[in-house]
Design a binder for this molecule. Sequence first.
Ligand code: CA
Length: 278
Amino acid sequence: MRVLVVEDERHLSEALQRGLGAEGFAVDVAPTGTDGLWMAREHSYDAIVLDILLPGANGFEVCRTLRSEGNWTPILMLTAKDGELDEAESLDTGADDFLRKPFSFVVLVARIRALIRRGAVERPAVLQVGPLWLDPSAHRSWISCGVPEGTAAAGAARRAREIDLALTPREFSLLEYLMRHSGTAISKHELLEHVWGTGFDGDPNVVEVYVGYLRRKLAEVPLGSDKGEKPLPHGVVVETVRGVGYRLEAPDQPDQPDQPDQPERPEQPEQPEQPEVS
Ligand code: CA
């Protein structure tokens, strides 16, 4: 098992190299974030131990960059003492685990072994269901619409065609839960428990009310498109599953026709025009 240690404190990186080597790991050390990023791209590692405060790119930047490039090598972040914010940010940037300095070597080895057992599974920090995106750490959700994949303009125009959903914290949390379980029917009870919390003792119909808000905001998105162009219908819907609850559905293609069970959807053009790109 090959492990990359990105750490600028020499006594620590040397101790890790020696100790992990004695445990049977093949260890490479990168003394800066820039070197770490380069090595992680060039070689295949089973796990990466990543410090946060580094010369060059810091640990968050290294982690975020690797994830954005589709590199899912398990990452264990080393955070500072009393660094609760660091720990939260570590996980938000796509790290798998963190260990607070100073740490026990035995615990470090156990954590690395656990990460390697799980393997490099795709675990994006940003959720996507069809054209719908949600970034839990930035508290932002948006529809990426209008430009079909594969067209010449798609890459250049994509960023310009992200339309933010203006959601309240509760709506955001509801959408996040539905997205994490997209394609699956979720009961009202489960939504109540995970979005409102087990301590909620108000009217359970609040779920229906908020699903209604969410549907309305999703349906409004195409009409809120920039530059007055006719956008493609995004087709993301919260479906009612009779007797069960709700299910978030998105089409494979962004130009599928309307779902029949969403009464509040605005009228969509039958043959959407190819939007112009400026
Ligand atoms: Ca450091």
